[in-house]
Design a binder for this molecule. Structure first.
Ligand SMILES: [Zn+2]
Length: 424
């Protein structure tokens, strides 16, 4: 098996085990534990850490992993663990016309149309009470089809193939059963799954939940020669995977760090998000002396990795004609005059050099001047830490759809360039 094929197979398994940000953080942690990384707890004092390999989780949905030596600047990679989705409301069950349905909120900027007519499963975190009244939490992943959002038949809406607005409150409500089922049946479903995932648990009841719908159809290689990888949450789990793989093989003489943040898709303002204190808190513990920390950060470099928009062959006019990132042609450096991306001439040039060293092609993206532009955790981290940052990502299509498309060779390109970054 070529390293490229092996990388694609491992990526597919990472995607399958990561239906939510909680699971993505757990999957990244598992990759690090396999390689001897030690888990630190934020609730404990760390003292002066011995040189070594560590990671820490916050909210079970954000992860910082690092190789630590007491001196020298940091080489950092950032990505996000969350993806647009449908999240269950606290009291989700409702009955309409003989059907039992789930009330949902839209999480992030989801492309809604592709959510219709697919078998959907549920995953996320539950808070549960044991028989002594103690509270615990657990990650659940049902993995099997549980719900569906049927389209309205075209006979009842002849305009369906034209532009169509969707109402998040009334149109996106999945069916989970027939109305004869009771609320107790849903509680029992959660309890059953909790007992399956945590056989040692003796739950007396589920108290609260953060559950998301997702498409359990696995990601796969598609195309004449399997050129494409199609699957959910490529934005931004491809970058999380590549960052974790790079850290696994990082040179132990360097301070290499990855930060995988939750809540990027909803603006990053949270305890676990990139506008929260997680990265700053960890860096302050590692380098308690402010002046020494400032000096180290000024000499550091941050790669913010998040998928980019490849030019869509059916919609090429949506791109600037001189900036057309193509599938399979390597990672994309993202530029924006208004600092929606943190890239500077210096950071872009440094990244190009890194790509040359890794023997990986590189491309550029800037949005059309008459169109808006997304953003990433790059500018937030650059602003918070004052660290030199470049925004990059693999080119992909159908971003924020329930199933996205990228070139599998680009995943390999990204892994290689990030691995090279973590070498002397
Ligand atoms: Zn993203």
């Amino acid at each position: 098996m070529s390293p490229h094929t092996a990388c694609a197979a491992e990526l597919i398994s990472f995607l399958r085990s990561s239906p939510t940000a909680f699971h993505a953080a757990a999957s990244a942690a598992a990759l690090l534990v396999e390689q001897g990384f030690i888990r630190l707890e934020e609730q404990a004092a760390w003292g002066r850490l011995a040189a070594g390999k560590y990671f820490v989780l916050r909210n079970e949905s954000s992860l910082i992993g690092f190789t630590w030596n007491s001196s020298g600047p940091f080489r950092m990679i950032g990505a996000h663990t969350d993806s647009p989705s449908l999240k269950l409301k606290p009291n989700p069950l409702r009955r309409e016309q003989g059907c039992l349905q789930l009330g949902v909120e839209i999480y992030g900027g989801a492309l809604l149309r592709p959510w219709f007519d697919r078998e959907l499963s549920l995953a996320g975190r539950v808070a549960w009470r044991d028989k002594n009244g103690g509270l615990s939490s657990a990650l659940l992943d049902f993995q099997r089809p549980l719900a569906v959002i049927p389209s309205l038949a075209i006979h009842l809406n002849r305009e369906a193939n034209k532009q169509q607005e969707m109402n998040a409150q009334t149109d996106m409500t999945p069916l989970i059963g027939l109305a004869a089922e009771t609320a107790a049946a849903f509680q029992e479903l959660l309890l059953e799954e909790l007992r399956r995932c945590r056989p040692e648990a003796e739950p007396a009841g589920i108290i609260d939940h953060e559950l998301f719908l997702y498409d359990p159809a696995p990601p796969t290689l598609t195309g004449l020669k399997g050129e494409f990888i199609t699957g959910a949450r490529l934005d931004n789990l491809v970058s999380c995977f590549a960052a974790a793989q790079a850290l696994r093989s990082a040179d132990s003489g360097l301070n290499c760090l990855i930060v995988l943040n939750d809540h990027e898709e909803v603006g990053s303002v949270s305890a676990a998000g990139a506008q929260g204190s997680f990265l700053r808190d960890v860096l302050e513990r590692l380098r308690p002396d402010p002046e020494e920390r400032q000096a180290a950060l000024r000499g550091s470099f941050f790669i913010s990795a998040d998928n980019a928009h490849a030019v869509h062959p059916n919609f090429a006019a949506k791109h600037d004609s001189l900036h057309l990132p193509q599938l399979g042609k390597g990672p994309v450096i993202k530029f924006n005059a208004n600092q929606r991306y943190a890239t500077t001439a210096a950071s872009a040039a440094a990244f190009r050099q890194l790509c040359a060293k890794a023997e990986v092609p590189v491309q550029e993206f800037v949005s059309r001047s008459d169109m808006g532009c997304g953003s990433t955790i790059g500018p937030l981290t650059a602003a918070e830490l004052g660290v030199e940052t470049v925004d990059v990502g693999i080119p992909s299509l159908a971003m924020h759809s329930i199933r996205e498309t990228a070139a599998s060779v680009d995943c390999w390109h990204l892994c290689r360039v990030l691995q090279t970054f973590f070498q002397p």
